[in-house]
Design a protein around this ligand. Sequence first.
Ligand code: KG4
Ligand code: ZN
Length: 337
Amino acid sequence: MKVLGIESSCDECAASVVESGKKILSNVIFSQVDLHRPFYGVVPEIASRRHIETIKPVVESALNEANLALTDIDGIAVTYRPGLIGSLLVGLSFAKGLAFSLGKPFIGVDHILAHLYAPHLENDITYPYMGLLVSGGHTIIARVDSFDRIEVLGTTIDDACGEAFDKVAKHYDLGFPGGACMDALARKGNPRAFNFPWPSLHKGNHAFDVSYSGLKNAAVNQLDKFWNREFEKNKENIAASFQKTAIDILVERVLKAVENLSLTRLVVGGGVASNSYLRQRLNREKSLEVIFPSLKLCTDNAAMIAGLGYHMLISGQRSDLDLNAEARVRDFRKTYP
Ligand code: KG4
Ligand code: ZN
């Protein structure tokens, strides 16, 4: 079964054909990063307008790369939540139009579950496992029981991990997108140059939660102390010290969750899963099987949408053509979705 996946939840316009939930026949990603760079962040109106221009050629490229015609496709999967509403609507409407005109099965896919599915495209992974989703919009620690069932143990109480990277990078003018630029700079810096604070979320319901606003503010406020031009010399040190603290906070929480639930496998997904220090830090855990997606499948892509869509479709799930886009998921503190 060949599923066409479409992803347009943020600033990547992507389409992919995946066979049997595993074999990637094509994976086309049109990134808008150059368009948003002058603003140091994704501008929703610009993103959705650009998606309208690129969605058709991106889907055509995915079919061409897979050497398939639209009629060869057995089902259509598309991200319907969470994300920027205008961006989501472009992919969702396009997918609905295709499904209706071709009379093919249609399924709306949750972007969070799709990020957790991404490593399955390249590895044979058995459930259950601990899932760690770290992206620009989410930071989630969850027990994953199947492709569409997770129990959320912890999340961020304020900023997402990737968002904190992006904001600090913006304040220091370190480049866009911030996470990858900070990661590159950090390699040349001293991670112990600055002593940034840790959140104190130890008790009760917060046992597996993280918080990034305190760390972000501490790193940003450090800039005020640099007006004597010391900052240029310290760019790499700021990046390295911030990155170490941000990732150590995450690792401490996820390892605690793994131990608490006596799991032996940890699967990581989302844009921050590309982070070299996170990979190095978790791969040090010899008693734990740690699985990361390849770099291309960490950040937003449509292969993860097609892959997860396949499993939803073969389990009999279908979405109606009146499915609406949803910008956010309100409550993570329960079995999800
Ligand atoms: O998964 P993704 O492409 O989009 C969302 O669903 O949010 O993740 C994008 C996020 C951004 O915040 C970006 O700065 C971060 O992932 N990111 C990184 C790295 N590469 C991307 N953060 C830290 N280190 C990296 N190497
Ligand atoms: Zn994402």
